[in-house]
Design a protein around this ligand. Structure first.
Ligand SMILES: [Zn+2]
Length: 306
């Protein structure tokens, strides 16, 4: 079943930018993903919020629930107090396509409970870890588990065609993978275009041994001042920004809702001086007609079942 996007009157296009806030497994010496965010990454994330606020924009975060067992969640309280959104990204960063549906229910329900207990937040939208080519189409039981955990919306279907057909195809990502409803009635808002993790650490990785050596010895630890990533070239950040501006242009030209997915940790490593977010927001503001940069929570409010 298809889903229509009704943007607010006067808005030419919308960008629902979200960050998956986590200590990514691919950066971990033991390949474990969790939500116990290291202090410099907490600071970096609050810096992203500040940069967004300079443009009057609120950010969307999806959070790995086990971090809510930390004694100090002051940085998350601050994010919420400043008007940004935090939603469920499972408790242990498990795939929504996992075979054990009961375990999936526990993952979703425990994270919802902790978000309410620790932050007073009722999660509305679920972001699936990893990104799923094909979404949850073949997973009827898991669709039902997501619905039963109180979600009408999920965002997990990823674009597996990125990087295969050249820059014009990549920039046209907002035209592909439109929102749709599963047979169960659950509504999918797909992940459109490059995820930063895939772009920097796979697509643009030119030295896998360097990445692996860094992960084993320095992953999940603060980077030193002046550290530069040893597995990407000097042009990677500039090219990342150019891709995002081009995708925004495409969304603008075609009046689309675009849902890109970034990670604070990936930007902490590859964009330590936080250039990408202000560049995207400045580009949005420079357009003749209004571009709405919104949370995923707001974006799902524009979805209508056709
Ligand atoms: Zn994730």
């Amino acid at each position: 079943m298809s889903v229509r996007v009704d943007l607010p009157v006067g808005v030419r296009c919308a960008v629902a930018l979200s960050y998956d806030l986590e200590m990514c497994a691919g950066y971990s010496p033991v390949l474990v993903n969790h939500g116990r965010i290291m202090p410099p990454l907490r600071d970096y994330t609050l810096g992203l919020c500040a940069a967004a606020e300079d443009f009057g924009v609120r950010l969307q975060f999806f959070y790995v629930g086990n971090g809510l067992e930390d004694a100090d969640v002051g940085y998350l309280e601050q994010i919420v107090r400043r008007g940004h959104a935090i939603d469920n990204h499972t408790y242990n960063h498990v795939r929504l396509t996992m075979a054990d549906t009961d375990l999936l229910r526990q993952e979703l329900d425990l994270t919802n409970r902790r978000l309410e207990e620790r932050l007073g937040v009722r999660s509305m939208v679920l972001r699936g870890p990893g990104g799923e080519p094909g979404g949850l189409t073949l997973m009827r039981h898991n669709q039902q588990a997501v619905l039963d955990s109180g979600f009408r919306w999920v965002s997990c279907h990823m674009d597996s065609s990125m990087g295969l057909y050249g820059p014009a195809h990549d920039a046209a990502a907002p035209s592909r993978l439109q929102a749709y409803a599963y047979a169960s009635g659950l509504i999918e808002l797909p992940i459109q275009g490059w995820m930063d993790r895939i772009f920097f650490d796979f697509h643009r990785c030119r030295d896998w041994d360097a990445q692996d050596a860094w992960r084993r010895t320095a992953g999940h630890q603060p980077t030193a001042d002046g550290w530069t990533c040893p597995w990407t070239g000097a042009q990677a950040l500039g090219d990342w920004i150019d891709y995002n501006l081009a995708a925004l242009d495409h969304a603008y030209d075609h009046g689309l809702l675009w849902t890109p997915v970034w990670h604070p940790y990936t930007h902490y490593l590859h964009d330590p001086h936080n250039q990408a977010l202000p560049a995207l927001l400045a580009h949005a503001r420079s357009k003749a007609d209004p571009v709405l940069v919104c949370t995923v929570r707001e974006a799902v409010g524009f979805l209508r079942e056709a």
